[in-house]
Design a protein. Structure first.
Length: 1017
């Protein structure tokens, strides 16, 4: 009972336990003292009741009744022990149930409490994660850190760490529900943070590399502007997002040059990304434990102090890029260049300039006294001509600046890029003499561009325009303005080219006229640039439109070039001309939908690919015109027109405004290899054309370049025949396609379109014929043979699809014929090879050469003597060794017998080695010829032939030097092939074996006769 009671109260608060335990102990200790025992039990029940109420137990009623019954008992003699015992037993059973219930309730209560607490913690952790996520996101933007400084980096890293910690905590708490979304959101934020950190750490190296690249393109002056536009550190986007260069205030010339250079060098991220192998060796890359990010540590040399940084250290030899409010690396570079070019000229920059080329009484241009009519002197006029050129060039740059759209941004670096551009213009050829340039630059241009001049903001387009016009005013001090009438006339003549009703498009000649009109208008406008007249405004507007139109039309063929290279990539280039004729290229260039029947009549493969590519979001819609002209052309910028023209890279090559035309290959590519190189026979009527019969009645296989009936029973031949039928299958499919597609051709097709279509089909047939879809035909011999035998003579001439179809079907009929009926052929014995022609014939040497033979002797040997050494005098007087199969020069080296022992021991010089090789070759020839004499007649029956110093094995489809024929014959692979041939029950094998057995004696005799005949010589 003590136990039960303890258990009953145990889950409850400490207080109850403290009060209950002594009571229980007292009850146990009180023994027979009945009154006391009653009191104790009563008290205990009171406590129990209290406890039950405290935990909200429903059973309180029973307890209260028990308590009441206990109280009802008379005191002090409250009944007998029996009553007490009965009461106690009721109490106990009642209590047991209660305790169980009690325990359950207590457990539940605890669970609820825990759940509530857990939910609270989860809520808290989710909120923390969200807070960290937002905090991190607030620090980054599209192109990296918002605050691109070290403190910005630090803050970002700290937020990333917070986010990681918060997420770890959330993970530990097992947060369910929308956790997945939340986690992926956090990962996104974390990755954005990591990308920003990476960008920050790579920026230094990337910018430094980009600056070097720009310098190589002569575009260093653009670096600052590109940097502030956020492009410098990722120049490779020039290729993918050219629009990023628009409206940032970059001169058109620079923009175009940048695109060209990017195209030419196939610019990619790889050009600028930092690379581990470039990191100076004292630096090591490490990974941070907390964030799993890379950082760098410098091994500290003598001090053993380690330096740590997130940025990639600059590779050796690279200068850090700097671009800040005080200036940039590119500006410093520009100034150095100017100083260097003008260093010989002592002209001071002056901010107050009345007469730019006069200081005091000195003329700065002529270094003479400027008084007494100096201005009209011939010396001075000479200098003024140069001055005028400089002033015109400045005017052209001012005009370029004027035609920029007014929303081009206000950006640090604008002044720097145009200063560089102006410098480039002034330095262009023909060169202006340095003395004039120095005065012009230091006393006209720089005073306006220097920082002290705060009248206008040189980093805004309007400010820069005003400043340079100011300079122009000073430069043109003695020139007269153009009259409004002159300018208006120029406007009228340029204006008509903008008129789309007069000039809907511009062709090669009209574009030249338009460019000339633009040039005139620019030169006229330059003379009134400093005014603010309405005529000027009008002129600038017309110029802008005319330039845009010329630019558009001159670059139209560039789109053709891109289009063509896309087709080529997909092996569709044969339809280029047809698509051009059907207006597809223009539609795509304009962004218009392509006409529904544009692909009619083309092979299905073409139509499917093209439809997919020219639908609204297809590949062709993403094409951009190429900027760089074809290899043998160059693009040249005309300052006077403000646009590029194209020029062939030959001396005095023609110049044109149109982008050079794409040369679409008009002819089918020539198929390699020529059947004439093969040993040929005569076609056999009614047979598949790759079998021909030679003069001796033996079959020739053009597929395998093999000879003899045994070959036709070989596995190699069977493989090539399979390739032949695979080509047939592909062409049968093409023929079916051609039949279907030609029915959809309407009678409206022009003959030129039909001829283009025929070319497309022939091209497709060629592709299908030569296509190698297995590795079995390594050299493509089967496809080439197919082409030459069946298509070569008509392919180039076909001018209508119907004709192609007719010829294709004829070719397929022939290709499908069977090999000849072998048993019906007229078989003859084999003709043995001709000694001394098909292989060299070793004669007994009639020379007695020894180590002491003087070298001169060799030069006086006669033809017969040489022949006995295997050496033949050729028509041109040179020597050829039949044993070594090579030209010999000089003879002494080849026939040297000096110290044969030394040669044998190979302690030889190069000369002796040659002599040794000759002797070896002669030995080999003698051995092989001896064997051939004995067993050579058997070779033919095993499918082998010897001809022109080579052997061929028709069973193995193999060939090699004649000296190796016996080696091949005894090789394992040949033995196997011969076994298979012997065991074969095919009709070809049977016929071949029949031939062999019937001619065995005749052949042996002929063979022996051929050898014996040689002995008589
Ligand atoms: Zn002068
Ligand atoms: Zn063959
Ligand atoms: Zn030789
Ligand atoms: Zn063989």
């Amino acid at each position: 009972m003590e136990k039960i009671l303890s258990a009953a109260i145990s889950p409850l608060e400490l207080r109850s336990v403290e009060q209950g335990m002594p009571l229980v102990k007292e009850i146990a200790a009180s023994g027979g003292a009945i009154t006391e025992r009653f009191d104790k039990v009563l008290k205990l029940m009171g406590l129990g009741l209290e406890v039950h109420e405290a935990i909200g137990n429903q059973e309180t009623k029973t307890w209260r009744q028990l308590q009441e019954r206990l109280e009802e008992l008379p005191t002090p003699q409250r009944g007998s022990w029996q009553q007490l015992a009965a009461l106690e037993s009721t109490f106990t059973t009642e209590l047991k149930d209660t305790i169980l219930h009690h325990l359950a309730v207590a457990k539940n209560y605890e669970k609820t409490l825990k759940k509530k607490e857990a939910a609270r913690l989860q809520q808290q952790s989710m909120a923390a994660v969200e807070r960290c996520r937002l905090a991190l996101l607030s620090l980054v933007e599209d192109d990296g850190l918002k605050d691109k400084t070290h403190s910005g980096l630090k803050a970002c890293l700290a937020r990333m760490k917070d986010l990681t910690d918060a997420m770890k905590k959330m993970e530990e708490l097992n947060v369910a529900g929308d956790a997945e979304d939340r986690v992926s959101g956090c990962h996104k934020a974390w990755n954005a943070g990591r990308a920003a950190v990476q960008q920050f750490s790579e920026k230094q190296v990337r910018s430094a590399k980009a600056f070097i690249w720009l310098r190589q393109q002569n575009l260093a002056h653009c670096a600052r502007l590109l940097d502030t536009a956020g492009i410098l550190e990722r120049l490779h986007i020039l290729r993918t997002s050219p629009q990023r260069l628009e409206a940032i205030g970059l001169p058109y010339r620079c923009r175009y040059l940048l695109f060209m250079a990017a195209e030419r060098e196939n610019l990619s991220d790889d050009n600028f990304a930092p690379k581990l192998e470039e990191v100076p060796e004292e630096w090591e890359q490490r990974t941070s434990r907390h964030l799993n990010l890379k950082f760098f540590e410098k091994q500290g040399g003598q001090q053993k102090r380690q330096q740590m940084q997130w940025e990639w250290p600059l590779p050796r030899g690279l200068v850090a890029w700097q671009g800040n409010a005080e200036g940039s690396t590119s500006e410093a570079w520009q100034k150095r260049d100017e100083e260097h070019a003008l260093s010989s000229q002592m002209v001071n920059q002056s901010n107050v300039v009345v007469d730019p080329f006069r200081e005091g009484s000195q003329c700065l241009l002529c270094h003479q006294n400027a008084e007494n009519g100096h201005h009209t002197s011939s010396t001075h006029c000479q200098q003024m001509k140069q001055w005028k050129i400089a002033s015109d060039r400045l005017a052209m740059v001012c005009l370029d600046l004027d035609t920029l759209s007014q929303d081009e941004a206000r950006r640090p670096g604008l002044a720097s890029v145009w200063r560089g551009e102006l410098w480039e213009a002034l330095r262009a050829s023909p060169a202006i003499p340095t003395n004039v340039l120095a005065v012009f630059w230091r006393r006209v241009v720089l005073p306006q561009l220097s920082l002290q001049n705060s009248k206008h903001d040189s980093e805004s387009l309007l400010g820069l325009q005003a400043l340079l016009k100011e300079a122009l005013k000073v430069a043109r001090i003695l020139e007269e303005d153009a009259t409004d009438k002159e300018v208006s006339a120029a406007i009228t003549s340029a204006e008509r080219f903008i008129d789309d009703t007069k000039y809907p498009g511009l062709d090669k000649s009209s574009i030249a006229l338009a460019a000339a009109a633009i040039k005139d208008l620019r030169l006229a406008t330059a003379k009134i640039l400093h005014t603010r007249s309405a005529v000027l405004k009008n002129a600038v507007a017309i110029l802008g439109q005319a330039q845009a139109k010329v630019k558009h039309h001159s670059l139209e063929p560039a789109f053709h070039a891109t289009f063509h290279s896309w087709l080529k990539k997909h092996k569709l280039e044969t339809c280029f001309k047809l698509l051009d004729q059907r207006g597809v290229i223009v539609s795509i260039l304009k962004g218009d939908p392509v006409e529904a029947n544009a692909a009619v009549g083309l092979p299905t493969r073409f139509a499917e690919k093209l439809w997919k590519a020219w639908c609204s979001d297809g590949d062709l819609r993403l094409l951009r015109p190429l900027c760089s002209p074809p290899d043998d052309w160059e693009a040249v910028f005309s300052r006077n027109v403000g646009l590029f023209y194209f020029c062939k890279r030959v001396v005095h090559g023609p110049a044109q405004w149109m982008y050079p035309p794409t040369l679409a290959e008009d002819k089918l590519p020539k198929v390699q290899g020529n059947l004439e190189d093969l040993t040929r026979g005569q076609p056999h009527s009614g047979s598949v054309p790759y079998v021909e019969i030679d003069l001796n009645g033996e079959p020739v296989c053009l597929l395998c370049k093999a000879h003899g009936l045994e070959h036709f029973a070989s596995a190699g031949h069977a493989r090539n025949v399979n390739l032949w039928s695979a080509i047939q299958d592909r062409l049968v499919a093409a023929d079916r396609d051609l039949a279907v597609q030609s029915t959809s051709l309407t009678s409206h097709s022009t003959s030129s379109q039909l001829s283009e279509l025929a070319k497309v089909w022939v091209g497709e047939i060629q592709r299908l014929t030569l296509e190698q879809n297995t590795g079995a035909d390594l050299e493509g011999q089967v496809g080439r043979t197919f082409w030459h035998l069946l298509f070569d003579d008509w392919a180039a001439k076909a001018s209508r699809p119907a004709q192609v179809q007719q010829e294709l079907e004829r070719a397929l009929r022939i290709a499908g014929l069977a090999e000849p009926k072998w048993s019906s052929l007229q078989w003859k014995p084999r003709i043995p090879p001709q000694p001394d022609v098909d292989f060299p014939w070793p004669l007994p040497s009639i020379l007695t050469l020894s180590a002491s033979t003087p070298a001169e002797v060799f030069d006086h040997l006669n033809a017969e003597a040489l022949k006995s050494e295997g050496i033949k005098v050729q028509a041109d007087g040179s020597f050829w060794c039949a044993f070594c199969d090579k030209a010999v020069k000089p003879l002494a080296n080849h026939l040297d017998r000096t110290s044969l022992e030394a040669i044998a021991r190979l302690e030889a010089t190069a000369i002796r080695l040659e002599a040794k090789q000759h002797l070896d070759s002669r030995d080999v020839a003698q051995t092989v010829v001896a064997s051939l004499r004995a067993e050579g007649h058997e070779l033919g029956r095993e499918g082998m032939t010897i001809s022109k110093r080579r052997f061929r094995c028709g069973l193995c489809n193999i060939s090699g030097s004649w000296t190796r024929c016996l080696e091949h014959r005894s090789s394992r692979s040949h033995q196997d092939a011969y076994q298979r041939f012997q065991g074969s029950t095919s009709s070809i094998a049977a016929q071949a074996k029949l031939n062999n057995s019937s001619f065995i004696e005749v052949e042996q005799t002929a063979w022996k006769a051929a050898f014996d005949a040689m002995d008589k010589w």
